[in-house]
Design a protein around this ligand. Structure first.
Ligand code: NOJ
Length: 556
């Protein structure tokens, strides 16, 4: 029997405004057939776990036919399931089972690029220079001043140039791996094809799409030089790069939104747009575009009270004029897991590490990650959790070069470790092959011994475990309707009087008649005032003392 409360959320309009959404990275979530790669039947078999965690929806990373050059973000057919992950029938079962548990299903849409194995690209290569088929992608001749130089200076996100030469001498653009050619969104055929893709999945009952690289689809006319290195561009407003955050992307999303709105229920789009400053990201969540955009400035925040306060305030303020809630996120399959990242020295806290990496203190990392989840889940708006975040999994730093699969590692000659360390298969059971990830013990990346103590069966029902903490937070967030509330950053002195110091973040969240305070302490221990009731804490609070790197929800 589906849970009535959860089923109720399926009928609720605006469900996404306050939803807690869990990211399933299917190849690392649960493997049903024992080949070491997680799959859709594996995901379906764990939906009960997700429903009991209390999340409202799952976002599933790509499972489409793909050569897996970038773990499925290189799509060769947008309207099918890769046999690695199962079949369309398996997908339909997943959606039916998820809905029966009150969970919505969001899938990944990868419109910026295809795989080089996609028939559109194969056709373009075969048709040759100047053909209409090449118009689907960005093919260009060499730099006129040097036949051996690519058409411009654009860098690939994964290292090296963003151009690869074809045997006939032309080059094609790929902002990511050379096996991920960028589509030309000025071409009407591309637009029409993607409307069909959206319809295909909407007709199958999906509740929405996470739009990959939503800020990249349109390139500046004439593809001018960027004039800056990748590192320099990272310090400038995103749209300074002629390939990011160009104004033309928005009309694409308006067209998609009209299509989504023509379907029953509320189908949503969430933008993956690494864009700054904050008012530029707000443009992606105007009323006729995406419903949500990940708040990556929050994810990127240094572990300092000043920066946390500033970024929370700025991101909420930026969305206000367009009436959109903020979508909080601390983790995903592209960034260092918070239980490691939050303990790294500031200079190492880039989103992608390079060797040598000094492993940070795991206890500090765990405590900060728990405090960060406590902060995030108090904040009004929606929040995303990445699989394993509820277990406090750390980044796996010591994967051997030979097992690493992220193209970033190869394209930078190992100078950047890449993202494999946050993608290691999940531990479900301590005493089982591959910690219960697969029936045979196979796992596409080796799991470290330290996963044993963090396995689901070691945490479930254990008071104080990160899993139980997360479950309680989600339940209390719903009970106090925090997701629908409004927030104010308050002066810590209003709560702590003279005991306050500058390394505290205190947020007041009002929802209806309920007022909750979340207090995060990044400095010396503080003692709560008499009468303050601790609703939940990231670690035991004894004698009303909130220690360094601890967070609490309070009723004053
Ligand atoms: C963002 C995805 O999250 C990442 O995993 C992928 O490599 C790039 N987009 C390219 O699709």
């Amino acid at each position: 029997m589906p849970d009535e409360n959860l089923t109720g959320t399926l009928d609720r309009r605006d469900w996404w405004r306050s939803a807690v959404i869990y990211q399933v990275y299917p190849r690392s979530f649960a493997d049903s057939d024992g080949d070491g790669i997680g799959d859709l039947p594996g995901t379906t078999s764990r939906l009960g776990y997700l429903a009991s965690l209390g999340v409202n929806a799952v976002w599933i990373s790509p499972f489409f036919p793909s050569p897996q050059a970038d773990a499925g973000y290189d799509v060769a057919d947008y309207c099918d399931v890769d046999p690695l992950f199962g079949s369309l029938a398996d997908f339909d079962t997943l959606v039916t089972e998820a809905h029966s548990r009150g969970l919505r299903v969001i899938i990944d849409l990868v419109p910026n690029h295809t795989s080089d194995a996609h028939p559109w690209f194969r056709r373009a290569l075969a048709a040759g220079p100047g053909s209409p088929e090449r118009g689907w992608y960005h093919f260009r001749d060499s730099d006129p001043s040097d036949p051996d130089r690519p058409p411009n200076d654009w860098p690939s996100e994964f290292g090296g140039p963003a151009w690869t030469r074809t045997p006939d001498g032309q080059w094609y653009l790929h902002l990511f791996d050379s096996r991920q050619p960028d589509l030309n969104w000025e071409y009407s055929g591309v637009r029409a094809a993607f409307l069909d893709v959206l319809r295909f999945w909407l007709d199958r009952g999906v509740d929405g799409f996470r739009v990959d690289v939503a800020h990249g689809l349109i390139k500046a006319p004439g593809l001018p030089d960027a004039g800056h290195s990748r590192a320099e561009l990272a310090t400038l407003p995103t749209s300074a790069a002629p390939f990011w955050d160009q104004d033309g992307v928005h009309e694409i999303y308006r067209e998609w939104r009209r299509l989504l709105d023509s379907y029953p229920g509320e189908r949503v789009m969430v933008a993956e747009a690494w864009v700054n400053p904050a008012d530029r990201i707000a443009r992606y969540v105007r009323a006729d575009e995406h419903h949500q955009a990940f708040n990556f400035t929050f994810l990127d925040t240094a572990w300092t009270a000043t920066e946390l306060r500033e970024r929370i305030t700025a991101s909420v303020a930026a969305n206000e004029p367009v009436g959109a809630p903020t979508t909080w996120v601390l983790s995903n399959h592209d960034v260092i897991r918070p239980a490691t990242r939050l303990a790294l020295a500031a200079k190492e806290r880039a989103t992608q590490l390079g060797p040598p990496v000094t492993p940070p203190d795991p206890t500090v990392g765990q405590r900060r990650a728990r405090a960060a989840i406590l902060l995030m889940l108090a904040l009004p708006g929606s929040a995303y959790l990445y699989q394993g975040e509820e277990l406090g999994l750390p980044e796996v730093l010591d994967l051997e070069p030979g097992v690493r699969q992220d193209p970033t590692f190869a394209r930078t000659g190992g100078a950047r470790l890449g993202r494999d360390g946050c993608r290691v298969p999940l531990p479900w059971r301590r005493e089982a092959p591959a910690f219960g990830f697969s029936p045979t013990g196979a796992a596409w990346l080796p799991q470290p011994g330290e996963f044993a103590a963090l396995a689901v069966d070691q945490q479930v029902g254990v008071p104080g475990s990160t899993l139980e903490l997360t479950r309680s937070l989600i339940a209390m967030r719903a009970e106090h309707r925090l997701g629908e509330g409004s927030l104010t950053i308050v002066d810590p002195r209003t709560v702590l009087g003279d005991a306050a110091h500058g390394d505290l973040v205190v947020v007041e969240v009002r929802s209806g008649s309920s007022v909750t305070h979340v207090l995060l302490n990044l400095g010396p221990a503080v003692v709560l005032p008499e009468g303050a009731r601790v609703l939940i804490a990231s670690e035991p609070v004894s004698g009303a003392q909130v220690s360094t790197d601890c967070a609490v929800w309070l009723e004053l």
